[in-house]
Write a protein that binds this ligand. Structure first.
Ligand SMILES: *Cc1c(COP(=O)(O)O)cnc(C)c1O
Length: 228
């Protein structure tokens, strides 16, 4: 990745402006957190992000995460946002404040076994139902959480989704709305056990729509690193 620091800051300011406008359009008073996808950067390039004032990053791969955390653990808060295999749990846990991509009971079990204290996670939902996607189907989410609730150290605090890649971001609005409705339903059903507040949705292509639909975390990569 070859990116000029001034370009990154300019891209970041533009994204922040657009997020602000999306909040105003939808009458939101709270503001989403911006998470930067760090898969585009090598560990030694991460200083670009801290230089631009970015504090929250999301990494997809366990080995990359560990390398970046070892070098930059004091600069950033790390979330894990990729597909997590059970055998990587031990490696990932010390590096992160949240695992956004929990979508199997075996993973919940392993997290509970390995965590030294409570670990915050999001339920990854496959809202579009595409077969190629990871995630729990909305209609299966309640049954999943009923079983997951027995694992006391694993604290679900919201939902995450990856919307289908489409040319027109308006086309994914129903999926973001669907994730919000799922979150609201789970918040009410599991109110004694979990606080379902977070909605991690929206990427470079569609974050403005996601913000309008209530995203509390948007996950951005290419919009920040593009040179045009
Ligand atoms: C890469 C990635 C993003 C950011 O994608 P962009 O389209 O580059 O903004 C967000 N979420 C996840 C899970 C990713 O892997």
């Amino acid at each position: 990745m070859n990116i000029d620091p001034d370009r990154l800051v300019a891209n970041l300011r533009e994204v922040e402006r657009r997020i602000e406008r999306a909040c105003e359009r939808s009458g939101r008073r709270d503001r989403p957190r911006l998470l930067v996808a760090s898969k585009y950067l090598a560990p030694e390039e991460m200083s670009l992000l801290s230089g631009a004032g970015i504090r929250l990053v999301g990494e997809n791969r366990a080995d990359e995460l560990e390398a970046k955390w070892r070098r930059w653990g004091a600069e950033f808060e790390f979330h894990f946002i990729g597909h997590l295999q059970s055998r990587k749990v031990r490696q990932v846990l010390p590096c992160v404040t949240m695992i956004q991509s929990v979508e199997s009971l075996s993973l919940v079990e392993e997290l509970d076994r390995r965590a030294e204290s409570e670990v915050r996670v999001l339920l990854e939902a496959n809202i579009s139902g595409e077969e190629s996607k990871y995630g729990i189907l909305p209609e299966a989410a309640e049954a999943f959480l009923e079983r997951a609730a027995a694992y006391r150290k694993v604290m679900f605090s919201g939902c995450m989704t990856m919307a289908p890649l489409v040319a027109d971001p308006e086309a994914v609005r129903p999926f973001f709305r669907g994730l919000r409705e799922l979150r609201d339903r789970l918040a009410s059903v599991f109110s004694g056990r979990y606080e379902f507040t977070e909605l991690s949705m929206g990427m470079s292509n569609d974050y403005q729509v996601a913000v309008e639909e209530g995203a509390t975390i948007v996950r951005l990569g290419s919009a920040l690193f593009s040179s045009t």
